[in-house]
Design a protein around this ligand. Sequence first.
Ligand SMILES: [Zn+2]
Length: 290
Amino acid sequence: MGRFILDQRHTTKDRGKLLRPLGTVNLAEKLRFVQAGKATRPTTKRHRRTQVLCEDLKILGATVSCEAGQWYVSIQLDIQKERSPTPVPVVGVDVGITHAAVVSDGRRLQNHRPLASHLKKLGKLQRQISRKQKTKDLETGRTIFSKNYEKQRRKVAREHQKIANIRRDVQHKFTTELARTCGAVGIEDLHVVGMMANRKLSRAVADAAMGQLLQFLQTKVESAGGDLFIASRWFPSTKRCSCCGHIKKRMPLKHRTYVCQICELVIDRDMNAAFNLAWFATDMLCQRHA
Ligand SMILES: [Zn+2]
């Protein structure tokens, strides 16, 4: 429990800037970043693992938000820390539905499909909401929701939030690990909108939240000092042989292994794509240095 004094800023035009102290807020977690000189010793093992020691630390501000009835505060910091020089392996990441992500060095991220596993619960909650009372105001034409309707609505929102949290947690862990261990990452620009248009795929695509994965990777790789190379949508990552470069005309989704007719390479479909993206990243790196 860290304690912080927060300011709530009103910037409405007629009133001008007005600073009002919000008072002391109890936080559920301590700040992860700790100034090296002033650091108090972490009391638990878990705390020690999450602590990041910085040379200099300055709190710039805080933003308070509310999501599904729960309050969050995100605190902006200005930190200075020395970056440790790390070896820079180049990897490719293939993003998909069967596996959420396959890295060319063999790492795989399982697709947890939190929506698929929570669908039953969600359905139940949604059905309950439909039985709650709502009336129409005859004069204004507005719908008036009952107290119980509102309560149920909050339950549904909480459930949706739970699902999003599972997704976010898994992806955060994976991308942090990747950004920490890889210098350059090759990834495909995903045509998520196009895939969502496919009715059979859309729910699975949405559940995998590939766009979010790409977004996380972009910010994390950059802030770790690495490079993220995004291959164009038309880059033949699945059709090309990662061994000899032969490009197949067709590679339908149901074929899970890639078999090359030229060099007789037999490889997992996603792994082949990951290798191709790793080659792509290497190419881009070479072009830059040339
Ligand atoms: Zn081949």
